[in-house]
Design a protein. Structure first.
Lengths: 194, 589
């Protein structure tokens, strides 16, 4: 049986889940720990639902079995609901308080749950809602939302915040280091246990 | 030694540099593309790299380089190997002098593919060795073995990672990159390189004679190995071996197959030490068939008696379920869980401002009741817009269109194909359609790049894989040279213009070609094209929904009014379509 700490990051293609996975990978290298990951590439990225599996301390396969994740980070409310069965009951789910409606909702007039309904459906988890867009703008760029989300989830991870922040600094474009440092810290404050 | 967190394909690319690869060719295809995409941007690269126009062309180039004694890598996805099957089969006869590694990436579950074929069957068919890595680190380490084995036996070697290797990540132990000093030199030897019947009969015999020694070598190198731990055994290959390793109970023996062909004598000895065997592998029963041949009366559990699936991708959960069902695991550690039902799906979608959407819109407007063969690319997503009736393989839009047109079908036939796909295997179909007098229209969706696989350049882009300028091919001249007389180029953002040209083509007989030319919107954004955003004037909007039905992901609808989000790339097509003129330029980018 695996003794890894399993994190699932989900969102919509283009939201920066891959950079988030790379930051976790770099933080594990800093702490000299093994890590495995699996992610969505190719056409599925074009605005589709994407998932990134990360297993800190993983030794074997890169995939997290459904019902076994220790932490779920979702860049979108609807995606949090879609992948919620991956998370162990009672575990932490860090969610960006935003919902992009799939285009089919408008073209085919589909019913989509609202924020309150999503939150009610996820009540068996330790929910932490983050206004990532607002915090990212406060940090200096709406593009830093993914780093806000990592900051918000950092207290639920078995990695030192210093390692995560160092990984952020190594991986983001040089001229955005200050913005992303601030984004990480704002996220960390917002995502503490409620 | 250096440790990095890398994508499987990045680790494979690095391993090729560690092996001092000299020559690299390939055609992009998910999940294989990032190997060449990683190599082509290396700053101190000493090897030659090309994106070829298709996989057959890529493999023949790489084979010739390997004949000249240098180390060659050729990459493609599994279905690309169908295109390259012709040179593959005979390259096993001619052999190589420099190492030739053919990476053919499989896609169980068809995450991004038209089928789930298994490359290991091709290796078996061609009688060439095949490597089947179980992890990112192993994929990295096997590349060295693959080049060495290729040179030792003078045979091309297939390297078969799957999506869960190519697009997985891990902290990978890397070695130093090596700068090769090899220089290619062709030594004439017609008995080796001219496969006339008299030569090829001898070459076939030589190929067969190599097999026993290859089987033994794969065991000696530890690529195929086992641990005896009890009276029941699991045999697994590829990524499935990693899943089994995670679940393996104490007292169950384990054999890991990492390369083919399997030494049957060695396999038989292992099997006969056990009372029952479970075989777990993705896709075809390659290993299982081998096990069954040597098992005698030892019971074997696998695909052939319904314990494991022939299709799809395995996962830790499905492997646990197979092990439990076959009695190799007392209790499934991953009890099944149900996803929340009825959540609206979020499939991939053409980007906001994609040229394909406006081209499809115009096609549908003019050709209302027609047959729409299409092809492989981002534009296959046109299925959501009702303008993709067929997709089978690269280049098959034009040939399927001419086949339908000649079948007696009376409706109009209008097919769509991307520029890269047209150059890959579309030209022959066009030549054939003109030659045989088909009545049809071909729309070449020309976005100047191979977009779906990650924006690789092609002969239409004007630049090579390594960024050297090259003369862009003239699609117009190419179509005219095939004998097409009606060839028109139009910007598909100009919906009215595109509609007019389509109406013109509808009136004419024969093969007509319309080139819908506009830069891929992702490339436009990357290269700094700024078009400004559009917005809905809510006073003027009457909520008719015309723009929403256009299907652009930047258009939302609430409280009986349309709204344009910040996904807008400013193509302005919706502003053209709005009957009340409520969509206007504005909003900041």
């Amino acid at each position: 049986m695996s003794s890894s700490f399993d994190i699932l990051i989900v969102g919509i293609g283009g939201q920066g889940t891959i950079l988030a996975s790379n930051i976790l990978g770099e933080a594990c290298l800093i702490e000299n720990r093994h890590i495995l990951g699996a992610e969505t590439h190719g056409m599925a990225q074009r605005g589709g639902s994407v998932e990134s599996h990360i297993r800190i301390g993983g030794e074997h396969g890169p995939l997290i079995p459904p019902g076994q994740a220790d932490l779920l980070i979702s860049f979108d409310l609807l995606e949090a609901l879609r992948y919620s069965h991956y998370l162990k009951p009672g575990k932490t789910m860090v969610i960006n308080r935003d919902m992009v409606h799939p285009t089919s909702v408008f073209t085919h007039k589909l019913v989509v749950p609202d924020e309150e309904e999503v939150i009610a459906a996820l009540k068996k988890f330790d929910l932490r809602l983050v206004d990532a867009d607002e915090l990212a703008i406060k940090a200096g760029s709406p593009l830093s939302q993914n780093v806000v989300m990592l900051g918000a989830a950092s207290s639920a991870m078995p990695l030192k915040p210093e390692s995560l922040l160092e990984a952020v600094k190594r991986l983001v474009p040089k001229k955005t280091i200050d913005i992303n440092t601030k984004a990480f810290e704002l996220g960390r404050k917002a995502g503490g246990p409620s | 030694m250096e440790r990095k967190y890398l994508l499987g394909n990045e680790a494979i690319a690095h391993a090729c540099l560690e092996s001092g690869v000299d020559f690299v060719s390939g055609y992009p295809g998910t999940p294989s593309s990032e190997v060449i995409d990683t190599l082509r941007v290396q700053p101190d690269r000493s090897c030659y790299i090309e994106w070829s126009v298709n996989e057959k062309v890529a493999l023949e180039n790489a084979l010739a380089a390997a004949w000249c004694g240098v180390r060659a890598l050729c990459t493609m996805k599994h279905v690309g190997l169908n295109v390259a099957a012709d040179p593959l089969m005979t390259s096993a006869y001619t052999g190589v002098t420099g190492g030739l590694v053919i990476m053919s990436a499989d896609d169980p579950f068809a995450h991004s593919s038209q089928n789930e074929q298994d490359t290991r069957c091709y290796a078996h068919f061609a009688r060439v060795p095949c490597f089947d890595p179980a992890s990112v680190q192993e994929a990295h380490d096997m590349i060295r073995d693959a080049f060495l084995l290729s040179e030792e036996f003078g045979l091309p070697v297939i390297f078969r990672p799957t999506t869960r290797i190519c697009h997985s990540k891990g902290d990978v132990e890397l070695g130093p990159a090596v700068t090769s000093t090899r220089k290619g030199e062709f030594h004439k030897d017609p008995r080796q390189y001219v496969v006339i019947p008299a030569h090829t009969r001898i070459l076939h015999k030589k190929l067969n004679e190599k097999q026993p020694a290859i089987r033994k070598r794969l065991v000696e190198r530890g690529l195929n190995r086992f641990e005896v731990r009890g009276t029941a055994a699991i045999i697994a290959s590829g990524i499935a071996a990693s899943y089994v390793r995670e679940l393996l109970p104490a007292g169950v023996s384990f054999m890991k197959i990492g390369a083919y062909p399997i030494d049957e004598e060695w396999l038989g000895d292992f099997v006969r030490k056990h009372e029952k065997i479970l075989v777990i592998e993705e896709l075809a029963p390659e290993v299982e068939e081998c096990v069954r041949q040597v098992a005698g009366c030892v019971p074997v559990f696998g695909k052939k008696n319904g314990y494991a699936p022939y299709e799809g991708e395995l996962s830790p959960a499905s492997v646990a379920a197979i092990m439990e069902k076959a009695g190799f695991l007392q209790k499934n550690p991953y009890p099944p869980v149900q996803p929340v039902p009825d959540i609206p799906a979020r499939p991939p979608i053409l980007c906001a401002g994609c040229l394909h959407r406006s081209a499809f819109y115009a096609i549908k407007k003019v050709y209302k009741d027609a047959i729409y063969p299409s092809d492989i690319g981002c534009y296959t997503l046109g299925i959501q817009l009702g303008v993709v009736d067929t997709t089978i393989c690269m280049g098959a839009s034009i040939t399927v269109a001419s086949g339908i047109a000649h079948s007696g079908e009376t409706r109009d036939v209008i097919c769509t194909i991307g520029d890269s796909t047209f150059l890959h295997t579309g030209i022959q179909g066009l030549l054939n359609a003109v030659y045989n007098g088909a009545n049809m229209t071909v729309v070449i969706l020309d976005n100047r790049i191979t977009a779906m696989t990650g924006h690789q350049p092609n002969p239409n882009t004007g630049v090579t894989a390594c960024g050297v300028e090259s003369p862009p091919v003239s699609l117009e001249a190419l179509c005219r040279a095939c004998g097409v007389t009606f060839v028109e180029t139009i910007d598909p953002y100009d919906v009215t213009g595109m509609v007019n040209i389509l109406q013109e083509s509808k009136k004419r007989e024969g093969v007509k070609v319309i080139i819908a030319k506009q830069m891929c919107v992702i490339m436009a954004r990357r290269t700094g094209v700024k078009r400004g955003r559009y917005m809905v004037d809510t006073e003027t909007c009457n909520g008719c929904g015309t723009c929403v039905r256009y299907g652009c992901p930047a258009i939302e609808f609430s409280d009986e009014k349309a709204r344009i989000t910040d996904l807008c790339n400013g193509c302005a097509v919706c502003a053209d379509l709005c009957p009340t003129g409520a969509i206007v330029r504005g909003g900041k980018r």
